[in-house]
Design a protein around this ligand. Sequence first.
Ligand code: MG
Length: 340
Amino acid sequence: MTADDRITAMHGAGGELMDRFLRDHILTAFTAKSAGRIGLDALDDGATVNLPTGGELVVTTDSHVVNPIFFPGGDIGRLAAAGTLNDLAVMGARPVALTLGLILEEGFPLVDLNRIIHSIAATLDEVGVPLIAGDTKVMGKGELDKIAINTTGVGTTAHAVSDAAISPGDIVIVTGTIGDHGMALLACREEFHLETTLESDVAPIWPLIERALAVGGIKAMKDPTRGGLAAVLNEMASKSGATIEIEESNIPIRDPVHGLASLLGISPLAVANEGKAVIVVAADAADAVLAALRAHPLGENAAIIGTVTAAYPGKVVLATAVGGRRFLEPPLGDPVPRIC
Ligand code: MG
Protein backbone atom coordinates (compact mmCIF):
# COMPACT_ATOMS: atom_id res chain seq x y z
CA MET A 1 0.00 0.00 0.00
CA THR A 2 1.50 3.33 -1.06
CA ALA A 3 0.71 6.84 0.13
CA ASP A 4 -1.59 7.13 -2.91
CA ASP A 5 -3.76 4.32 -1.53
CA ARG A 6 -4.74 6.21 1.60
CA ILE A 7 -7.12 9.07 2.36
CA THR A 8 -5.48 12.48 2.72
CA ALA A 9 -6.83 15.81 3.97
CA MET A 10 -7.23 16.90 0.33
CA HIS A 11 -9.91 14.23 -0.26
CA GLY A 12 -12.22 16.34 1.91
CA ALA A 13 -10.98 19.79 0.92
CA GLY A 14 -13.68 20.67 -1.60
CA GLY A 15 -11.48 21.08 -4.66
CA GLU A 16 -10.51 19.17 -7.80
CA LEU A 17 -8.99 16.25 -5.86
CA MET A 18 -12.16 15.74 -3.82
CA ASP A 19 -14.25 15.93 -6.98
CA ARG A 20 -12.18 13.19 -8.63
CA PHE A 21 -12.28 11.11 -5.42
CA LEU A 22 -16.08 11.35 -5.23
CA ARG A 23 -16.49 10.32 -8.88
CA ASP A 24 -13.93 7.46 -8.78
CA HIS A 25 -14.68 6.01 -5.35
CA ILE A 26 -18.22 6.97 -4.30
CA LEU A 27 -20.51 7.79 -7.24
CA THR A 28 -19.34 4.83 -9.31
CA ALA A 29 -20.47 2.35 -6.63
CA PHE A 30 -24.16 3.28 -6.82
CA THR A 31 -26.36 2.38 -9.75
CA ALA A 32 -29.31 4.50 -8.61
CA LYS A 33 -28.37 8.10 -7.82
CA SER A 34 -31.49 10.13 -8.46
CA ALA A 35 -35.00 10.53 -7.09
CA GLY A 36 -35.91 13.57 -9.15
CA ARG A 37 -34.56 16.14 -11.59
CA ILE A 38 -31.25 16.76 -9.78
CA GLY A 39 -29.47 13.67 -8.46
CA LEU A 40 -26.28 12.86 -6.57
CA ASP A 41 -24.20 12.75 -9.74
CA ALA A 42 -24.94 16.43 -10.41
CA LEU A 43 -22.77 17.11 -7.32
CA ASP A 44 -24.92 20.18 -6.70
CA ASP A 45 -25.57 21.73 -3.26
CA GLY A 46 -28.53 19.38 -2.78
CA ALA A 47 -30.68 16.88 -4.66
CA THR A 48 -34.35 17.01 -5.57
CA VAL A 49 -37.16 14.55 -4.91
CA ASN A 50 -40.35 14.92 -6.94
CA LEU A 51 -43.34 15.57 -4.69
CA PRO A 52 -46.56 13.77 -5.60
CA THR A 53 -48.40 17.03 -4.97
CA GLY A 54 -46.16 18.94 -7.41
CA GLY A 55 -43.03 20.92 -6.68
CA GLU A 56 -39.76 19.53 -5.36
CA LEU A 57 -38.33 18.47 -2.03
CA VAL A 58 -34.64 19.37 -1.71
CA VAL A 59 -32.36 17.24 0.50
CA THR A 60 -28.79 18.03 1.53
CA THR A 61 -26.38 16.80 4.19
CA ASP A 62 -23.12 18.09 5.63
CA SER A 63 -20.66 17.12 8.37
CA HIS A 64 -18.66 19.65 10.35
CA VAL A 65 -15.25 19.20 11.98
CA VAL A 66 -14.09 22.82 12.16
CA ASN A 67 -11.02 23.59 14.26
CA PRO A 68 -11.17 25.47 16.60
CA ILE A 69 -14.79 24.76 17.58
CA PHE A 70 -15.24 28.32 18.88
CA PHE A 71 -13.92 31.05 16.57
CA PRO A 72 -14.40 34.81 16.03
CA GLY A 73 -17.92 35.33 14.69
CA GLY A 74 -19.27 31.85 15.38
CA ASP A 75 -18.80 28.25 16.46
CA ILE A 76 -19.22 24.72 15.11
CA GLY A 77 -22.92 24.74 16.03
CA ARG A 78 -23.81 27.86 14.05
CA LEU A 79 -21.68 26.57 11.19
CA ALA A 80 -23.40 23.16 11.17
CA ALA A 81 -26.86 24.74 11.09
CA ALA A 82 -26.11 27.60 8.66
CA GLY A 83 -24.02 25.43 6.33
CA THR A 84 -26.86 23.04 5.62
CA LEU A 85 -29.56 25.72 5.56
CA ASN A 86 -27.48 27.63 3.01
CA ASP A 87 -27.11 24.60 0.74
CA LEU A 88 -30.93 24.44 0.69
CA ALA A 89 -31.17 28.20 0.09
CA VAL A 90 -28.88 28.15 -2.95
CA MET A 91 -31.04 25.36 -4.41
CA GLY A 92 -33.84 27.92 -4.19
CA ALA A 93 -35.54 25.87 -1.46
CA ARG A 94 -37.30 27.27 1.58
CA PRO A 95 -35.79 25.34 4.53
CA VAL A 96 -38.43 23.18 6.22
CA ALA A 97 -36.56 21.04 8.77
CA LEU A 98 -33.13 20.02 10.03
CA THR A 99 -31.71 16.87 11.64
CA LEU A 100 -28.69 16.76 13.94
CA GLY A 101 -26.13 13.97 14.36
CA LEU A 102 -23.59 14.50 17.16
CA ILE A 103 -20.42 12.47 17.63
CA LEU A 104 -18.64 13.40 20.86
CA GLU A 105 -15.28 12.51 22.35
CA GLU A 106 -15.45 11.05 25.84
CA GLY A 107 -14.51 13.83 28.28
CA PHE A 108 -15.88 16.67 26.14
CA PRO A 109 -16.99 19.49 28.50
CA LEU A 110 -20.76 19.67 28.96
CA VAL A 111 -20.51 23.46 29.19
CA ASP A 112 -19.08 23.56 25.65
CA LEU A 113 -21.76 21.20 24.37
CA ASN A 114 -24.48 23.40 25.87
CA ARG A 115 -23.00 26.46 24.15
CA ILE A 116 -22.93 24.66 20.81
CA ILE A 117 -26.49 23.34 21.14
CA HIS A 118 -27.82 26.79 22.05
CA SER A 119 -25.98 28.23 19.07
CA ILE A 120 -27.64 25.70 16.74
CA ALA A 121 -31.03 26.53 18.28
CA ALA A 122 -30.53 30.28 17.90
CA THR A 123 -29.46 29.87 14.25
CA LEU A 124 -32.55 27.76 13.48
CA ASP A 125 -34.77 30.32 15.22
CA GLU A 126 -33.41 33.07 12.93
CA VAL A 127 -35.04 31.31 9.98
CA GLY A 128 -37.92 29.62 11.84
CA VAL A 129 -36.77 26.06 11.09
CA PRO A 130 -37.50 23.19 13.52
CA LEU A 131 -35.07 20.43 14.51
CA ILE A 132 -37.02 17.23 13.89
CA ALA A 133 -34.58 14.32 14.39
CA GLY A 134 -31.19 13.64 15.91
CA ASP A 135 -28.64 11.10 17.07
CA THR A 136 -25.81 11.12 19.61
CA LYS A 137 -22.77 8.83 19.75
CA VAL A 138 -19.74 9.00 22.04
CA MET A 139 -16.27 7.76 21.03
CA GLY A 140 -13.39 7.03 23.41
CA LYS A 141 -10.89 9.63 24.50
CA GLY A 142 -8.40 10.21 21.70
CA GLU A 143 -10.58 8.40 19.12
CA LEU A 144 -12.04 11.71 17.89
CA ASP A 145 -10.97 15.34 18.18
CA LYS A 146 -13.67 16.76 20.52
CA ILE A 147 -16.80 16.80 18.35
CA ALA A 148 -18.15 16.17 14.86
CA ILE A 149 -21.60 17.33 13.80
CA ASN A 150 -23.71 16.14 10.87
CA THR A 151 -26.81 18.03 9.80
CA THR A 152 -29.31 17.06 7.12
CA GLY A 153 -31.71 19.63 5.76
CA VAL A 154 -34.92 19.37 3.79
CA GLY A 155 -36.59 22.21 1.95
CA THR A 156 -39.29 22.76 -0.64
CA THR A 157 -39.51 24.71 -3.87
CA ALA A 158 -41.66 24.81 -6.97
CA HIS A 159 -38.56 24.27 -9.12
CA ALA A 160 -35.03 23.96 -7.68
CA VAL A 161 -32.23 26.23 -8.93
CA SER A 162 -29.22 24.22 -10.14
CA ASP A 163 -25.63 25.46 -10.32
CA ALA A 164 -25.23 24.80 -14.04
CA ALA A 165 -27.98 26.60 -15.98
CA ILE A 166 -25.94 29.63 -17.05
CA SER A 167 -25.48 31.01 -20.56
CA PRO A 168 -23.65 33.86 -22.33
CA GLY A 169 -25.03 37.28 -21.44
CA ASP A 170 -25.86 36.38 -17.81
CA ILE A 171 -24.50 38.49 -14.95
CA VAL A 172 -22.54 37.16 -11.94
CA ILE A 173 -23.30 38.60 -8.49
CA VAL A 174 -21.73 37.88 -5.08
CA THR A 175 -23.90 38.69 -2.06
CA GLY A 176 -21.07 40.21 0.00
CA THR A 177 -17.40 40.27 0.98
CA ILE A 178 -15.26 37.25 0.07
CA GLY A 179 -12.78 35.29 2.19
CA ASP A 180 -13.98 36.28 5.68
CA HIS A 181 -14.59 32.81 7.15
CA GLY A 182 -11.42 31.17 5.88
CA MET A 183 -9.17 34.05 6.86
CA ALA A 184 -10.78 34.50 10.30
CA LEU A 185 -10.27 30.79 11.00
CA LEU A 186 -6.65 30.95 9.88
CA ALA A 187 -5.97 34.04 11.98
CA CYS A 188 -7.25 32.43 15.20
CA ARG A 189 -5.43 29.10 14.78
CA GLU A 190 -2.95 28.42 17.53
CA GLU A 191 0.00 28.16 15.16
CA PHE A 192 -0.40 31.75 14.01
CA HIS A 193 -1.40 33.79 17.10
CA LEU A 194 -2.29 36.69 14.83
CA GLU A 195 -3.96 39.76 16.26
CA THR A 196 -6.85 40.60 13.96
CA THR A 197 -10.35 41.99 13.96
CA LEU A 198 -11.44 39.43 11.38
CA GLU A 199 -14.68 37.58 11.99
CA SER A 200 -16.32 34.67 10.23
CA ASP A 201 -19.34 35.59 8.09
CA VAL A 202 -21.22 32.43 9.16
CA ALA A 203 -24.97 33.11 8.89
CA PRO A 204 -28.11 31.51 7.46
CA ILE A 205 -28.79 33.40 4.21
CA TRP A 206 -32.29 32.17 3.31
CA PRO A 207 -33.92 35.55 4.20
CA LEU A 208 -31.56 37.20 1.70
CA ILE A 209 -31.95 34.56 -1.03
CA GLU A 210 -35.74 34.65 -0.65
CA ARG A 211 -35.69 38.34 -1.65
CA ALA A 212 -33.58 37.65 -4.72
CA LEU A 213 -35.85 34.78 -5.78
CA ALA A 214 -38.87 37.06 -5.47
CA VAL A 215 -37.33 39.40 -8.08
CA GLY A 216 -36.88 36.54 -10.57
CA GLY A 217 -34.40 35.95 -13.39
CA ILE A 218 -32.11 33.74 -11.30
CA LYS A 219 -30.30 31.12 -13.43
CA ALA A 220 -27.94 29.47 -10.94
CA MET A 221 -26.75 29.77 -7.34
CA LYS A 222 -24.02 28.30 -5.19
CA ASP A 223 -22.52 29.00 -1.77
CA PRO A 224 -18.74 29.53 -1.98
CA THR A 225 -17.66 27.35 0.96
CA ARG A 226 -14.58 25.06 0.71
CA GLY A 227 -12.38 26.14 -2.20
CA GLY A 228 -14.02 29.56 -2.05
CA LEU A 229 -15.14 31.74 -4.93
CA ALA A 230 -12.55 30.21 -7.28
CA ALA A 231 -13.93 26.68 -6.83
CA VAL A 232 -17.57 27.73 -7.22
CA LEU A 233 -17.03 29.81 -10.37
CA ASN A 234 -15.06 26.99 -11.96
CA GLU A 235 -17.76 24.48 -11.06
CA MET A 236 -20.42 26.65 -12.67
CA ALA A 237 -18.30 27.19 -15.78
CA SER A 238 -17.27 23.58 -16.27
CA LYS A 239 -20.77 22.17 -15.65
CA SER A 240 -22.38 24.61 -18.10
CA GLY A 241 -19.58 24.78 -20.67
CA ALA A 242 -19.82 28.56 -20.55
CA THR A 243 -17.08 31.06 -19.67
CA ILE A 244 -17.23 33.23 -16.58
CA GLU A 245 -15.30 36.49 -16.88
CA ILE A 246 -14.62 38.21 -13.56
CA GLU A 247 -13.40 41.75 -12.86
CA GLU A 248 -11.08 41.30 -9.87
CA SER A 249 -11.43 44.91 -8.68
CA ASN A 250 -15.21 44.44 -8.39
CA ILE A 251 -14.92 41.54 -5.90
CA PRO A 252 -15.71 42.95 -2.45
CA ILE A 253 -12.92 41.99 -0.03
CA ARG A 254 -12.34 43.53 3.40
CA ASP A 255 -8.95 45.23 3.98
CA PRO A 256 -7.90 42.89 6.85
CA VAL A 257 -8.70 39.88 4.62
CA HIS A 258 -6.50 41.34 1.89
CA GLY A 259 -3.78 42.04 4.47
CA LEU A 260 -3.75 38.56 6.00
CA ALA A 261 -4.02 36.90 2.58
CA SER A 262 -0.92 38.61 1.28
CA LEU A 263 0.93 37.96 4.57
CA LEU A 264 0.23 34.22 4.36
CA GLY A 265 0.38 33.94 0.57
CA ILE A 266 -3.14 32.52 0.36
CA SER A 267 -5.68 33.84 -2.13
CA PRO A 268 -8.90 35.14 -0.55
CA LEU A 269 -10.65 33.75 -3.64
CA ALA A 270 -9.71 30.18 -2.62
CA VAL A 271 -10.85 30.12 1.01
CA ALA A 272 -14.28 29.39 2.47
CA ASN A 273 -17.20 31.74 3.00
CA GLU A 274 -20.12 30.65 5.19
CA GLY A 275 -22.66 33.43 4.74
CA LYS A 276 -22.44 34.25 1.04
CA ALA A 277 -23.84 33.14 -2.30
CA VAL A 278 -22.78 33.46 -5.92
CA ILE A 279 -25.87 34.21 -7.98
CA VAL A 280 -25.98 34.16 -11.78
CA VAL A 281 -28.90 36.17 -13.16
CA ALA A 282 -30.36 37.09 -16.54
CA ALA A 283 -28.95 40.47 -17.63
CA ASP A 284 -32.31 42.25 -17.53
CA ALA A 285 -32.86 41.19 -13.89
CA ALA A 286 -29.38 41.98 -12.57
CA ASP A 287 -29.98 45.52 -11.30
CA ALA A 288 -33.23 44.59 -9.55
CA VAL A 289 -31.70 41.48 -7.92
CA LEU A 290 -28.69 43.53 -6.78
CA ALA A 291 -30.96 46.20 -5.28
CA ALA A 292 -33.03 43.55 -3.46
CA LEU A 293 -29.87 41.97 -2.01
CA ARG A 294 -28.42 45.31 -0.88
CA ALA A 295 -31.66 46.19 0.92
CA HIS A 296 -31.02 43.31 3.37
CA PRO A 297 -28.25 43.58 6.04
CA LEU A 298 -26.70 40.27 4.89
CA GLY A 299 -26.40 41.63 1.36
CA GLU A 300 -25.32 45.22 1.91
CA ASN A 301 -21.96 44.61 0.17
CA ALA A 302 -23.45 42.65 -2.74
CA ALA A 303 -21.77 43.40 -6.06
CA ILE A 304 -21.81 42.52 -9.74
CA ILE A 305 -18.42 40.88 -10.34
CA GLY A 306 -18.61 39.58 -13.89
CA THR A 307 -20.43 38.22 -16.91
CA VAL A 308 -20.98 34.90 -18.65
CA THR A 309 -19.52 34.64 -22.17
CA ALA A 310 -18.59 31.91 -24.65
CA ALA A 311 -14.92 32.90 -25.06
CA TYR A 312 -13.24 29.91 -23.34
CA PRO A 313 -15.75 27.08 -22.74
CA GLY A 314 -15.69 25.77 -19.16
CA LYS A 315 -13.11 28.29 -17.97
CA VAL A 316 -13.02 31.26 -15.59
CA VAL A 317 -11.14 34.35 -16.72
CA LEU A 318 -9.98 36.94 -14.21
CA ALA A 319 -9.31 40.50 -15.34
CA THR A 320 -6.80 41.49 -12.68
CA ALA A 321 -6.70 44.75 -10.78
CA VAL A 322 -3.40 45.63 -12.47
CA GLY A 323 -4.82 45.27 -15.97
CA GLY A 324 -3.85 41.69 -16.93
CA ARG A 325 -6.04 38.75 -17.79
CA ARG A 326 -5.53 35.16 -16.64
CA PHE A 327 -7.44 31.96 -16.08
CA LEU A 328 -8.64 31.57 -12.50
CA GLU A 329 -7.86 27.88 -11.95
CA PRO A 330 -9.99 25.66 -9.69
CA PRO A 331 -8.09 25.11 -6.41
CA LEU A 332 -6.94 21.51 -5.79
CA GLY A 333 -8.54 21.93 -2.39
CA ASP A 334 -9.12 24.57 0.27
CA PRO A 335 -5.68 25.68 1.46
CA VAL A 336 -7.02 25.76 5.02
CA PRO A 337 -7.78 22.31 6.54
CA ARG A 338 -10.78 21.69 8.84
CA ILE A 339 -12.36 24.98 7.85
CA CYS A 340 -15.94 23.70 8.23
MG1 MG B 1 -22.80 24.32 -1.19
